[in-house]
Design a protein around this ligand. Sequence first.
Ligand SMILES: Cc1cc2nc3c(=O)[nH]c(=O)nc-3n(C[C@H](O)[C@H](O)[C@H](O)COP(=O)(O)OP(=O)(O)OC[C@H]3O[C@@H](n4cnc5c(N)ncnc54)[C@H](O)[C@@H]3O)c2cc1C
Length: 209
Amino acid sequence: MDTESYVLPVREVIRETADAVSVVFDLTEEAQGHFDYTPGQFLTLAVPSDQTGLVARCYSLSSSPVLDQPLTVTIKRTVDGYASNWICDNLQAGDTLRVLPPSGIFTPADLDADLLLFAGGSGVTPVISIARTALAKGTGKIVVFYANRDQDSVIFAEEWSRLSAENPDRLIVVHWLESVQGLPSQAQLQAFASEFSTYTSFCCGPAPS
Ligand SMILES: Cc1cc2nc3c(=O)[nH]c(=O)nc-3n(C[C@H](O)[C@H](O)[C@H](O)COP(=O)(O)OP(=O)(O)OC[C@H]3O[C@@H](n4cnc5c(N)ncnc54)[C@H](O)[C@@H]3O)c2cc1C
């Protein structure tokens, strides 16, 4: 594993929803070759802090390594959280951040497998990277169950619609909105998952608030 950090320029900060942004990085010459990744992996960002100098936080890559997409992480505000709010409020194109290279094992062993992907809120970040990559390079079917508080909280809403329209025989995206259906119960999730018991499953979401 690569343990040396690199200072990366921020190419763009994209507002995804009222409380989530995507941060797009450029790779410096020094960083080239150190940021290859598999879908589902994360970067560790060093966020400046007046109190401690820096705080380190992990953010999953939302971009796909097999598409022509720059290195991108997506960050959703955590209530009263330091780094996520600092990034959403302060980070701009042209800034730099110190970043540790990709890490993590939340990644499909076989892109041709049928995949059942559960995401809650910001948990969509690695899930969209896995889905984008499997659609581009794999052959299996992909079912995404994406739970959010309400419609306005859905990150990548347009992209999910586009991917579903472009891959009608391979991708199904089910949006579950707490504002409409309440929190999904264990029984509801079990009933949903039982239809796809042969699929390889991944589940990602924040701790309940
Ligand atoms: C592998 C991995 C991947 C991740 N990927 C993503 C991603 O793609 N997108 C994303 O948005 N997040 C992701 N996260 C979560 C992210 O790393 C941060 O944990 C998140 O952004 C919160 O950090 P923060 O600094 O904003 O909050 P913090 O300041 O760490 O606070 C977190 C919570 O703890 C509470 N808290 C803080 N200090 C105290 C204290 N002293 N006592 C009691 N409570 C306290 C805060 O009120 C807040 O509710 C990922 C985490 C991991 C481990």
